[in-house]
Design a protein around this ligand. Sequence first.
Ligand code: SF4
Length: 266
Amino acid sequence: MEKYRVVSFSGGKDSTAMLLRLMELGEPIDEVIWCDTYKEFPAMYRHVGKIKSVVEAAGIKFTELKSDVSFDYYMFEKPVKRKRKYINEKYNNPLGFSWAGPLMRWCTRALKIDVINKYLSRLYKRFDVIQYTGIAADEQYRLERKNNEEHIHPLVTWGWTEQMCLEYCYSKGYDWEGLYKLFDRVSCWCCPLQSLENLRTLRKNFPDLWEELRQMDKRTWRNFRADYTVERLEKRFALEDERTAQGLTINPRSKEFRAALKSVGG
Ligand code: SF4
């Protein structure tokens, strides 16, 4: 079968660096695929748009994939048959999967993996598909977890770490409007699996998205995180701002801070 080279592009720093460098080296690429989760940062959509223009200008096919069913439908409206019956009892037969958790990343499966695999399975019928994936040289654990012979990892071959990828992208003029200066990882802005620090940053720098997150949390039945609802996070972060302005401690180990947090319900 004819070989067909596909670049899996997430929009992030590693796959952007891999794609740009492969193009710079003149490596043959037949298609670049990107999958929209519906919840990317606005700056990420703009970045993907820029890369798409560059890829298409080079005569390479750029395919945008997206589930027909939206993130919000899955989260709030989908009727779900649940094995854990206590959920139905406790929340009165709730609709939707609600927030993802560490053991139940329904969104990664439904909005990314299944959509991409469905598309690739059609290509596999016609071609000998070779997939380039952007795993950085210092992410070896991901390779060990899911090594696949049809996948090629140029960043590992080149010895490019995550930091090197970011610097390479910056040197080529791609800066995601500062997203990587604010966040250590850039994924869906509403991801409940991101760190507390990233959520603090989201609230401070993207108030509109933070407000949307608060509204999303009000519409659903599952806690945003095991330890926090978004409303409680709002109380905590507001208290932190207030105390910082007054020169008071916000160290979570401080008894004084914990007492103040309790008093505001955070
Ligand atoms: S980044 Fe978070 S919200 Fe987005 S698909 Fe992955 S687990 Fe789900």
